[in-house]
Design a protein around this ligand. Structure first.
Ligand code: MRU
Length: 339
């Protein structure tokens, strides 16, 4: 398979490597992801994460397995196992649907490789288009708030919401970025802070609970987040804590934008209530773990509730910025996300 490199994925000498997003930013470890079990393990542990990246990593691995001569039956089994790796981000299912079509072609290995490479290339282009479309909504001097991580680490390109922020910064319109640390797994504190630093974009890290007070003081001009799935009625599943930000934005009359590629759309899902929400391990809430080790602060037997995502109702969203342009609440009411 051809050599390929994104911020957090590499295909070299017919091997898939992933940049361990749990060790960042303290350590930059590239890990093998050479079997279905290995990649599913990396996805479960969020070493590979972010809606677009999960789908792309699964597609690339499938292409590599095709090249190793696995039978159609074995490849179909691998595809179904990968599809079940995480339930909420629909990009995984959408990408694997495309790979399934390739699996039906006569020259399976060549078709899988071509499709996986196409998906990566397309994702780069989708990110660029989202960045350009979204930047037009950013006013000069903006102080933007973002949640979780939606940058190059989570995609094959410049990212989604973070791509918009970077584009707007390049156009001289961003004064500061407020970065929610994003408990429990700190994608904001570890990954977005790191990416913004690398891009030279001014930011300040805050704990999630500080956002309300910043909005009350008039220190936030707009909120930009990504998405793991957009339902037919415009409801959006994204990292836990996104919904609270949207409610706060409404109360404080602050625009709340969702940036996502077309691979995040799920026209078969009628509304947010039908989106499967991943539940995760209690240890993520009873303490923290990372390249620095693990700390637990809660009592040994503390009972925990740990949903990884929440749903923001369409009524709280000012605009959905897709690769095709800005979708308004009126567009959504007129069935833009329906089949
Ligand atoms: O659990 P994660 O880190 O995979 O969650 C990621 C998010 O919620 C992102 O906002 C979303 O996937 C969009 S990434 C471009």
């Amino acid at each position: 398979m051809q050599t390929l490199q994104t911020t957090s994925l590499r295909v070299v000498d017919n091997k898939l490597w992933i940049l361990d997003q749990q060790a960042l930013p303290q350590q930059k470890n590239w890990l093998h992801a050479d079997s279905v079990e290995a990649l599913v393990g990396h996805i479960h542990a969020l070493r590979v994460r972010g809606a677009p990246l999960i789908g792309l990593s699964a597609s690339l691995l499938l292409a590599l397995l095709g090249e190793r001569g696995l039978s159609r039956k074995e490849l179909t089994h691998a595809l179904e196992t990968l599809r079940a790796a995480r339930p909420t981000a629909v990009n995984l299912m959408n990408n694997l649907d495309r790979m399934k079509e390739a699996l039906a072609q006569e020259n399976v290995a060549a078709a899988l490789e071509a499709e996986a490479v196409r998906l990566v290339q397309e994702d780069r282009e989708l990110c660029d288009r989202i960045a350009r479309a979204g930047s037009q909504l950013v006013k000069p001097g903006s102080r933007l708030l973002t949640h979780c991580n939606t940058g190059g680490l989570a995609t094959a390109g410049v990212g989604t919401a973070l791509g918009v922020i970077a584009q707007a910064f390049d156009e001289g319109k961003v004064a500061n970025v407020w970065v929610d640390e994003t408990r429990p797994l700190l994608q904001g504190g570890r990954l977005t802070a790191w990416e913004l630093g690398e891009l030279g974009i001014p930011y300040q890290l805050i704990t999630d609970s500080m956002a309300a007070s910043l909005m009350a003081q008039g220190l936030v001009d707009a909120i930009w987040v990504g998405a793991d799935r957009i339902a037919a009625n415009g409801d959006v599943a994204n990292k836990i804590g996104t919904y609270s930000l949207a409610v706060l934005a409404k109360f404080h009359h602050i625009p709340f934008y969702v940036a996502a590629p077309q691979t995040t759309l799920d026209p078969d899902c009628p509304n947010g209530a039908a989106i499967p929400i991943e539940q995760r391990a209690p240890a993520e809430v009873t303490g923290v773990a990372g390249s620095f080790g693990a700390v637990q602060w809660a009592p040994e037997n503390a009972r925990v509730y740990n949903p990884a995502f929440d749903v923001t109702p369409a009524a709280l969203i000012s605009g959905w910025v897709l690769d095709s342009g800005v979708v308004t609440p009126d567009d959504v009411a007129n069935g833009r996300f329906k089949k």
